[in-house]
Design a protein around this ligand. Structure first.
Ligand code: UDP
Length: 477
């Protein structure tokens, strides 16, 4: 009603497209459910705002604003550091700007809470200084959050490198996981990346609660573990808990024209006959691995739609600034001619949710970024799990061993999946018996995801409760 007081909230993300897109989509859902909420999204920036994000921001409802913090110069970040470290350092360097931005917001409105990306959680300390409530919006899985909250204890319990730990590692509420499948940042305990993630995981205890991009049916065990953790660690009487509010996915943002070439190509294929191959917004393969994948796809005899990127020695090679080389020149000689008709190759970027939602698409070879995994679940597409970096190996374990909706190829001692292995897994998924079973399971999850988002579904209820909590604080302030 028009008499209701506006509830003002600020949100801070990190300079990575998938995180920005996810929090923006979350904010849209929040203000859709709670009309008198107002959110200001704050984006730390490296060099310049991300073009894909600018496109998303063109279609915001009027009760969401945004502001970009003054950019951090990429030249001032250590060149040889992994993207994840560069991004975190850029966020840290942006904190004085953030503090200023928050201060000036507070001089014009009475904010009740700050919602922060887990990789921008220095912001929780600033929120505390300003006496704001603070929440983490967690774009990855509940399993990953459970792991993050558990890391300070795990760090004490295990003294070797995690990958050398003999037994599988038990994360509260989750499928057991081998040390080598823990996130990339955990793999070298003397690295800066590990030091940063450990600090971040400790700092999560400052949050009053967690909004997680997952849903109860898909991560029941983790959800319970998170709630228990929260109860046990709640020093704050305002602590209002854990909210699984997902799946929050891209709703086919108007990034791409509807009739793009690849979608036209899909139109002419049989139902469930095409494998979509993509490694997220910045994943890259080595030249050797590109060759093996090309031959593997060819050998499988299955139809494919492959988003090709120029090779790089680091798996997140295109995450912070892509190469300008034409990616198609890195495919094996004659590959394009030989696969004409059975394959469609496009450089660098594809309208992913349109492709996954198309009836012709029957499989998704994915790097297991959580957004991609959720999109595949929401659209009911069986997966080949091909993790590259960040927490993608952890997601792969959840998808293959926990939910059993993906097949995972074996990599040789040099970290390469060979062509025969790729062909075998692709065929297994697209036309094998296992593929059928996976399809059955993922279609159940697809329905559960839709249910979670219905008016009385678990995720809608959780988001509603969160909003009601916020309102009660406005009422008391
Ligand atoms: N995406 C897309 N087209 C592409 C690659 C990625 O639309 O060619 C979108 C994809 O739909 C997803 C996001 O970018 O929403 C990638 O997020 P994810 O968490 O899967 O991986 P990340 O980019 O963080 O590695």
């Amino acid at each position: 009603d028009s008499m209701a007081k506006t509830t003002h909230i600020a949100a801070i993300s990190i300079p990575a497209f998938s995180h920005q897109a996810s929090i923006v989509e979350f904010c849209k859902r929040l203000v859709h459910l709670h009309h008198h909420f107002h959110v200001t999204c704050i984006f730390p920036t490296i060099d310049a705002p991300l073009p894909a994000t600018l496109t998303l921001l063109k279609s915001l409802p009027s009760n969401i604003n945004y502001t970009f913090l003054p950019p951090i110069n990429k030249k001032d970040l250590p060149e040889d550091a992994p993207s994840a470290v560069q991004i975190q350092l850029a966020v840290s360097k942006s904190m004085p700007h953030f503090q200023q931005a928050l201060g000036s917001l507070l001089s014009t409105m009475s904010l009740v809470a700050l919602i922060a990306d887990p990789f921008a959680n220095e912001a929780l300390e600033i929120a505390k200084e300003f006496k704001l409530l603070s929440y983490i919006y967690f774009p990855p899985s509940a399993m990953t959050l459970s792991l993050f909250l558990h890391l300070p204890a795990l760090h004490q319990q295990v003294s070797c490198e995690y990958r050398d730990h003999k037994e599988a590692i038990e994360i509260p509420g989750c499928v057991p996981i081998q040390g080598r499948d823990l996130p990339e940042h955990f793999q070298n305990r003397s690295s800066l990346a590990y030091k940063l993630i450990l600090e971040r995981c400790k700092r999560l205890s400052l949050a009053h609660g967690f909004l997680v991009n997952s849903f109860s049916k898909v991560e029941e065990g983790s959800e319970r573990a998170l709630q228990e953790h929260n109860r046990a660690n709640s020093t704050n009487s305002n602590n209002s808990g854990v909210y699984l509010i997902g799946p929050i996915v891209q709703t086919g943002s108007s990034n791409e024209p509807k009739g793009s070439e690849c979608v036209k190509w899909l139109e002419n294929q049989k139902a469930n006959s095409v494998l979509y191959v993509s490694f997220g917004s910045g994943g890259t393969l080595s030249q050797k691995q590109i060759n093996e994948l090309a031959f593997g796809l060819e050998l499988s005899g299955e139809k494919f739609l492959w988003v090709v990127r120029a090779p790089s020695d680091s798996a997140d090679g295109a995450y912070v600034g892509a190469s300008s080389d034409d990616p198609l020149q890195f495919l094996p000689n004659g590959f394009l001619e030989r696969t004409k008709g059975s394959g469609f190759v496009l450089p660098s970027w594809a309208p992913q949710t349109q492709i996954l939602g198309h009836v012709s698409t029957g499989g998704f070879l994915t790097h297991c970024g959580w957004n991609s995994a959720l999109e595949s679940i929401v659209l009911g597409v069986p997966m080949v799990a091909w993790p590259l970096f960040a927490e993608q190996r952890t997601n792969a374990v959840l998808l293959t061993e926990g939910l059993k909706v993906a097949l995972r190829p074996k990599f040789n001692d040099h970290g390469i999946a060979e062509r025969e292995e790729i062909a075998k897994v692709v065929k297994g998924l697209m036309v094998g018996e296992e593929g059928d079973l996976i399809r059955g399971r993922i279609e159940k999850l697809r329905d559960a995801a839709a249910e979670a988002l219905e008016e009385h579904g678990s995720s809608t209820r959780a988001l509603y409760q969160f909003g009601t909590q916020m309102e009660s604080f406005v009422g008391h302030s």
